[in-house]
Structures are given as structure tokens and as C-alpha cells.
Design a protein around this ligand. Structure first.
Ligand SMILES: Nc1ncnc2c1ncn2[C@@H]1O[C@H](COP(=O)(O)OP(=O)(O)OP(=O)(O)O)[C@@H](O)[C@H]1O
Ligand code: SF4
Ligand SMILES: [Mg+2]
Length: 397
């Protein structure tokens, strides 16, 4: 079933976001010497703003080390922010103490990436899934054991698994146990950090579909973090793209896939395989970013992406582009966006920018010669290199 949540629709039906993040920062200090003086800091999250509306799924995507997990741990208040604000259900939770956060934990839960290390091997599944009830002093109607067994069934496990231990389960089953534990107290917000990336590809779809079904059944709101755009595409209503501690683009899923505006998003999209072999020939070249991701200890000046961007101009090196809405519900931080008017026209693309990407031709289509010709994507004089994506996708269905 297609689920089509856009910001205006969400805002119309539910004007108040469940989660509001403003200028959120997390710098991890690097200490040196015998006195442990701070010599530098890892700018893991460096000023991000976004909102999450009730019932929607916000997907967060970006390369390894861009700050996704740190962001997830900040909004669930597992770590203390260095700056900015986190508001949950209208309440400022930015600096709540552990004790004051405890009752909030009923409403905000996290699902972790590794289903192996996140379950205590010495505890039975019953003990693991009933832990949130004991921590919160909650006695469910009908008794704890019955309730936990119902939860196990809800996530596709058997009530008989209650007395078994984690090592007796496969990765996919363990992730289901982690999901049962996270959903035990019927939270309002679930933050899932790479919930399927440790699983076999064949199992990933089952767990993704389970998360989708549970969202409908329990009215959950999700923030789902993944580096894999195929997973993000499947689960998200809106998507935030992160690069080096910043959100560089935030848009409705369809808009992001059909008309990405940030060059970084364009490059990420161009690498996503097209599942339908008949449509593979429609995909243009893959844009391969050549440079390494710079260090978050000393990120590049101006636009952080300028060292890898084929459109970079002088202003990109000096002025950081703000994240602004160039269309309703479509925010981007770029001086020279794709699929939108140039924000600073008349600038010359830097000579080094032309070397920033390599274009890889798409795989030859297996289908007949009747297919339409490929639409190319080459960095041109003005730096444009927009790959075309198939118009419709089967995500969120
Ligand atoms: N506790 C910590 N102390 C110091 N640096 C940290 C800490 N946690 C994360 N970092 C650093 O912060 C940056 C962002 O890390 P984070 O784990 O949030 O990235 P990520 O986007 O989740 O990456 P991945 O896709 O690999 O999981 C990295 O450079 C990481 O090394
Ligand atoms: S065009 Fe400039 S501002 Fe936009 S992503 Fe490239 S370097 Fe950044
Ligand atoms: Mg991570």
C-alpha cells in the first residue's frame, strides 16, 4: 500500500511535530598529554535542524562516519548534546538528567544495528523482552509472561521462545527480539539505527516489512538510519541526507528520488541499482566521487562537500550554504543546486572540481532495442551532471 506523507499533509493533519531538533551539535573532545587537555574535537554532528511528525518515517542516510548514529543517540538522549535543542512531544528534553529521562524512555525507544551484541547472552528471551516493564514498574494486564508472549507473536516469533537464549536464534530472529523489546511499552517514537544492515539480504526485506506492518498496527513514528539508499527508499516518507555532521538535503521521498537537488544526493542516487532489468538502460552514468570523506575533526571551509563536488565554485570554498526550502517541503544546502535555480549565478566552476568525479557507464540493458535511448550525465561547462532515475518506484507499498 502506497503511503504518501508529505510535510504539508503532515502539518495539516498534525500541526505539532512529535520531535523537533534545533541546531543540534555533538563534538567529541580529543584529549592529549598527561593532563588530558582538549586539543581538538570530532565534530560528529554540527548543527542540524529537523522535525518528525506523528506517524511518519524519516529516513536518515549518508556515508559512514557522517554522524548518523550520533544523531540517533542524541535524539534518544543516550548521549548529552554539546549544543542545540531536542524537543519531544512539546517538551524540551535536551538536558534532562538520567532520572528525569527514565519516564520518557517509555515513549522513545531505539533499535540497534547489531542483533548479536545488543542481546545479553545470559538472559532468556522472556527476561530480555520483559526488562522494559520491570525497569518502568509496569504490570501489564493479563500478566507479564502472557504479554511478552503476545509481543513475541506480534514480531513473528513463537510464544515457546520465551525460555530460550539468544544464541539459539538466527540474526533475523534476534533482530525481531530487539524489536519486541523496543516496542514492549508501546513507544511513540522509535529510532532504528541500521536495523537490517547486519542481516543477510534475504532476511532484510522481512524485517523491513515487519517494521512497516508494526508502524501501521501500532501507529508508530520512526527515524530510520541507514547507509543503504535502497532500504531508506523502501521505508521512508521523508529523507534527510547527511554529510560530515550536517543535513545537506531534506525532502519528501518521491521528490528526493525524482529531483534530487544536492550534488551529493545526486551522486548517492546514481549508485543505487535499478531493480527492474527492463529499466536499467534508462539509468544514466554512475557518478563516482573520487576524493575521500574529509575528517570531521577539521571539516572543509564553506560547503563541506566542496572538496568532492564537480560543481564547486569560489563561493563554495568560503561561504557555507544554509539549508533552505527551494520548493515546498524540499530543503537543500547548496549554492548551485541541481533541479533548481542557481542560488549564486555567474560563478566559474573551479578547475579542480572537474576532476572530482568519474562517470561510469551503466550496465547494458538486457531488454530489446525498443527501449528508449539512455539519457547521459556528463559534467558540463556549468558543472551539471544530473542522472535520471526511473520515475516511479515500488517503495512504501
Ligand atoms: N564516542 C565517541 N568518541 C569520539 N568520536 C566519536 C564517538 N562516537 C562517534 N565518534 C566519531 O564521530 C563521527 C560520526 O560517527 P557516527 O558513528 O555517528 O557515524 P555514522 O554516520 O553512524 O557512521 P556508520 O555509517 O559507520 O555507522 C565519526 O568520525 C566517529 O569516529
Ligand atoms: S555546488 Fe557548491 S555549495 Fe553546492 S554542493 Fe557543490 S560545493 Fe557545495
Ligand atoms: Mg552508525
Amino acid at each position: 500500500m502506497e503511503k504518501d506523507v508529505t510535510i504539508p499533509e503532515q502539518a495539516a493533519s498534525s500541526p505539532e511535530p512529535l520531535l523537533r531538533v534545533e541546531g543540534l551539535v555533538k563534538h567529541f573532545p580529543i584529549r592529549k598529554g598527561v593532563f588530558g587537555r582538549q586539543s581538538a574535537a570530532v565534530k560528529a554532528v554540527d548543527g542540524i535542524d529537523f522535525e518528525v511528525y506523528p506517524g511518519e518515517t524519516l529516513g536518515v542516510v549518508g556515508e559512514s562516519g557522517c554522524g548518523k548514529s550520533t544523531m540517533g543517540r542524541l535524539i534518544t538522549r543516550l548521549i548529552e548534546p554539546s549544543g542545540g535543542k531536542v524537543e519531544f512531544d512539546g517538551r524540551d528534553i535536551t538536558h534532562l538528567s538520567m532520572g528525569k529521562m527514565r519516564p520518557m524512555r517509555r515513549d522513545i525507544q531505539m533499535i540497534f544495528q547489531d542483533p548479536y551484541s545488543s542481546l545479553n547472552p545470559r538472559h532468556t528471551i522472556g527476561t530480555i523482552v520483559s526488562a522494559p516493564f520491570r525497569l518502568q514498574n509496569v504490570e501489564p494486564e493479563g500478566g507479564l509472561k502472557n504479554h511478552v508472549q503476545e509481543l513475541l507473536q506480534l514480531v513473528g516469533l513463537s510464544p515457546e521462545h520465551y525460555n530460550r537464549y539468544p544464541h539459539e536464534f538466527s540474526g533475523g530472529q534476534r533482530q525481531r527480539i530487539g524489536i519486541a523489546r523496543a516496542l514492549a511499552l508501546r513507544p511513540k517514537l522509535v529510532v532504528a539505527d541500521e536495523p537490517v544492515s547486519a542481516l543477510d539480504v534475504s532476511i532484510q526485506a522481512q524485517v523491513v516489512n515487519l517494521l512497516d506492518d508494526l508502524q501501521d498496527e501500532l501507529g508508530l513514528t520512526y527515524v530510520i538510519i541507514a547507509h543503504d539508499l535502497s532500504v531508506i527508499r523502501h521505508v521512508s516518507d521523508r529523507i534527510a541526507v547527511m554529510y560530515l555532521g550536517k543535513i545537506v538535503e531534506l525532502a519528501d521521498r518521491k521528490a528526493l528520488y525524482s529531483t534530487p537537488m544536492h550534488p551529493y544526493t545526486t551522486a548517492l542516487m546514481s549508485a543505487v541499482p535499478v531493480p527492474d532489468p527492463r529499466r536499467r538502460g534508462l539509468k544514466s552514468e554512475r557518478i563516482l566521487l573520487k576524493g575521500d570523506v574529509p575528517s570531521p575533526i577539521s571539516p572543509p571551509s564553506g560547503c563541506r562537500f566542496h572538496t568532492r563536488c564537480w560543481k564547486a565554485t569560489e563561493i563554495c570554498k568560503t561561504q557555507e550554504p544554509p539549508l533552505i526550502a527551494l520548493k515546498t517541503g524540499h530543503q537543500v544546502a547548496c549554492h548551485h543546486p541541481e533541479n533548481a535555480p542557481d542560488q549564486v549565478p555567474g560563478q566559474q566552476v573551479l578547475a579542480e572540481a572537474r576532476e572530482a568525479v568519474e562517470l561510469i557507464a551503466p550496465a547494458k540493458p538486457e531488454a530489446s532495442a525498443e527501449e528508449p535511448p539512455e539519457s547521459g550525465a556528463t559534467p558540463t561547462e556549468d558543472g551539471t551532471a544530473t542522472p535520471s532515475e526511473p520515475a516511479e518506484d515500488g517503495a512504501k507499498e
